[in-house]
Design a protein around this ligand. Structure first.
Ligand code: NDP
Length: 305
């Protein structure tokens, strides 16, 4: 079998188009422009790239983007004061604090200082609890994007066996909650799981969120299963030659070995071009959802869990 490739790039473009349509309607019919504030502390190069592309895409869908770049040695009190101002700012509907934060700042404290209604990353303890109890919440972007792709591919997920490899608070756990919410039978695997290959072989849906390059080989995959590869890992690619400074060129791979998994799966997301683009698209979707909720307006359909 050769798997259907789930094109996350194209799907993300369609989500952004939907978001742009809602933003245009909010402006025309209600005079409201959704706004997303992104807070970056320090100069981590990867975080800078993420923040730049989030800002660019926010503007592209017609929303306001507010970037707050703070020095690496910013005190917790100053960061909390900024979050308090953003919580109170009626033009800001979504707040995202780019992680990781420098070591002297308490991430849990900072995230839980965000107004849950503006917590577009869905990491606030209130949103975690709401998701866990099946109530309306802000849903973390990467699992939300993965769920959207699964629903689009399968329609109903009810009764399917799903295995989520990874139990992080930002991907594995919320992913499992969402699949449970869609009536899958869910197993969460992690580094202590026994007989992981056998566990994965039972799955109709495999979501890999581990952070280990190409860890899942094709022979773990049940014939016809759907594979959602969340992993983003950079590995050496000597076949691509060297950079000007003599270092070996690199390439991105997922947590699944793409070629062998694609031979057995019914559908698979590639890396890059799968889950990654959906994450930012869902951030924009969450911002427009937060804006509608804040203004007592109907939520856009198909952009929430
Ligand atoms: P974490 O490091 O927080 O969690 C990794 C999980 O994998 C842990 O639960 C860990 O288990 C489990 N694990 C580690 N080794 C094994 C193993 N040998 N067998 C089974 N499970 C194992 O990672 P994240 O959840 O933050 O991210 C996972 C991956 O997803 C990364 O590659 C990251 O870059 C990527 N990612 C991609 C995003 C996107 O937009 N596409 C967004 C966010 C993340 P234990 O708990 O027992 O230690």
């Amino acid at each position: 079998m050769s798997a259907t490739v789930i094109d996350g790039k194209a799907f993300a473009a369609s989500v952004r188009e939907k978001v742009a349509g809602h933003v245009a309607r909010l402006k025309e019919e209600h005079g409201i422009t959704p706004g997303l504030a992104v807070v970056l502390v320090g100069e981590d190069p990867a975080s800078q790239v993420y923040v730049r592309s989030k800002g660019k895409m926010t503007v592209e869908v017609g929303m306001n983007s507010y970037e707050h770049k703070l020095e690496a040695d910013t005190s917790e009190a100053d960061l909390l004061a900024l979050i308090d101002r953003l919580n109170k700012d009626a033009d800001v509907h979504g707040i995202l604090v780019q992680l990781p934060l420098p070591g002297h700042l308490d991430e849990d404290l900072v995230i839980n200082a965000i107004d849950p209604a503006k917590d577009v990353d869905g990491f606030h303890i209130s949103n975690v609890g709401l998701l866990g109890t099946g109530q309306k919440s802000m849903v973390p972007c990467t699992p939300l994007g993965s769920l959207m792709m699964l629903r689009d591919h399968h329609g109903a997920l009810s009764g399917m066996n799903a295995v989520v490899i990874g139990r992080s608070n930002i991907v594995g756990k919320p992913m499992a909650q969402l699949l449970l919410g869609d009536s899958c039978t869910v197993t969460i695997a992690h580094s202590r799981t026994k007989d992981l290959p056998d566990v994965v072989r039972r799955a109709d849906i495999v979501v890999a969120a581990v952070g280990r390059p190409e860890m899942v080989p094709g022979d773990w995959i049940k014939e016809g299963a759907t594979v959602i590869d969340v992993g983003i890992n950079r590995i050496d690619a000597p076949e691509k030659g060297t950079n000007e400074d003599g270092s070996v060129k690199t390439r991105l791979v997922g947590d699944c070995h793409y070629e062998s998994c694609a031979e057995r799966a019914g559908a698979i997301t590639p890396v890059p071009g799968g889950v990654g683009p959906m994450t930012i698209a869902c951030l924009l979707a969450n911002t427009v959802t937060a804006c509608c909720r804040a203004n007592g307006l109907a939520e856009p359909e198909g952009l929430t869990a």
